[in-house]
Ligand binder design. Structure first.
Ligand code: NAD
Length: 302
């Protein structure tokens, strides 16, 4: 695409600025797929990594389908055609191509043990100038920065789902994130056609500290038999004018991600108000993960 590359990273204190051209994306699930698609559609060379070829094949098919689906819209605005988008994405299970990355967006499963294994590898493989953005729902950015030798170059980028259609990204400043890193990140988001709203770091940030409680409480209402899922959501949509009710929102995000996020919040604040609803845990155990599995509080199999 023709968007000019505006974000620049600096190699070191004395080094010349260089544009962010190649971006590593870790995790090819719901979010990683959307981030990679958005990056490729806005002219970035993109390296998309996940654990196995099966996951990457599914990601490739999904990106192709999404680009075709949104194709007419983006092409009418001068956006690139499908082959151009796909040519920009390298699908890999190997970190070696990350040696060329100026910026990384990490979208692995919302479990601290998993993310903790990834950052030291990124730190070792990526060039020293590379910036790492954690697309986490709730985990402290300060804590994530501490898993690297470059906490000043680590920040949070809480993208919204579906990524290519959401224009704003909650951008989180960790304790050690430098002002220069925030500037790079805001320029990078502009390159992606987005705006960042910068907030400070506490688990859950602004959005999910509130949203996870709401979805969890709506799950408690289902479990307590206050009303069926349809009526709970209908009240939010019709009475409050929300576009979606909390249970459909949970299904869209993924009920596994909701559960893991609540566990992070519960542990981080040591506050019982974040205690995950047992129904939510039971649904995740049963494989009812929402839209991505075909069924959650609502049925998407049709
Ligand atoms: P997902 O379960 O759809 O995808 C996670 C992916 O990470 C999977 O493909 C998995 O194979 C991969 N993965 C697991 N371990 C890995 C490893 N060691 N190395 C590389 N890849 C690994 O989850 P998601 O919804 O895409 O969420 C990803 C991240 O984005 C989470 O931190 C989540 O909290 C955050 N997030 C999610 C949403 C949402 O709406 N789903 C919104 C904003 C942020």
């Amino acid at each position: 695409m023709s968007t000019p590359l505006v974000a620049e990273v600096t190699e070191d204190a004395a080094g010349a600025p260089r544009p962010v051209r190649t971006v590593g994306v870790v995790g090819a699930g719901v979010m990683g797929i959307g981030v990679a698609q958005n990056l490729a559609q806005t002219g970035h060379r993109t390296v998309l990594l996940d654990l196995d070829e099966g996951i990457l094949d599914r990601a490739r098919r999904e990106i192709e389908r999404n680009v075709r689906f949104h194709g007419m819209m983006t092409r009418s605005k001068g956006g690139p055609a499908l082959p151009e988008v796909m040519e920009r994405i390298t699908f890999t299970t190997d970190y070696a191509p990350f040696a060329e990355c100026d910026f990384v967006v990490e979208n692995a499963t919302e479990k601290e043990a998993i993310k903790r294994g990834i950052y030291p590898v990124l730190d070792e493989t990526c060039p020293p100038h590379a910036v790492f953005a954690a697309n986490t729902s709730c985990i402290s950015i300060t804590r994530i920065g501490g898993w690297t030798g470059r906490p000043d170059r680590v920040l949070g980028m809480h993208f919204m789902n579906p990524v290519p259609l959401k224009p704003v990204v909650e951008t989180i400043r960790g304790h050690f994130t430098s002002p220069q890193t925030i500037d790079i990140a805001l320029g990078f988001l502009k390159q992606m056609g987005k705006e960042g709203i910068v907030v400070n770091d506490l688990p859950g940030f602004v959005s999910n500290r509130v949203l996870m409680l709401t979805i969890n409480e709506a799950a408690w209402e289902v479990m307590d038999g206050v009303a069926p899922a349809e009526d709970i959501d209908r009240i939010f949509v019709t009475c409050f004018g929300h576009k979606m009710g909390p249970l459909a929102t949970g299904d869209l995000i993924g009920l596994d991600t909701i559960l893991y996020s609540l566990e992070v919040l519960y542990e981080s604040y040591a506050d019982p108000k974040f205690r995950p609803c047992p129904l939510l845990r039971k649904m995740v155990d049963a494989g009812l993960h929402g839209r991505k599995s075909g069924k959650g509080f609502f049925d998407y199999s049709a």
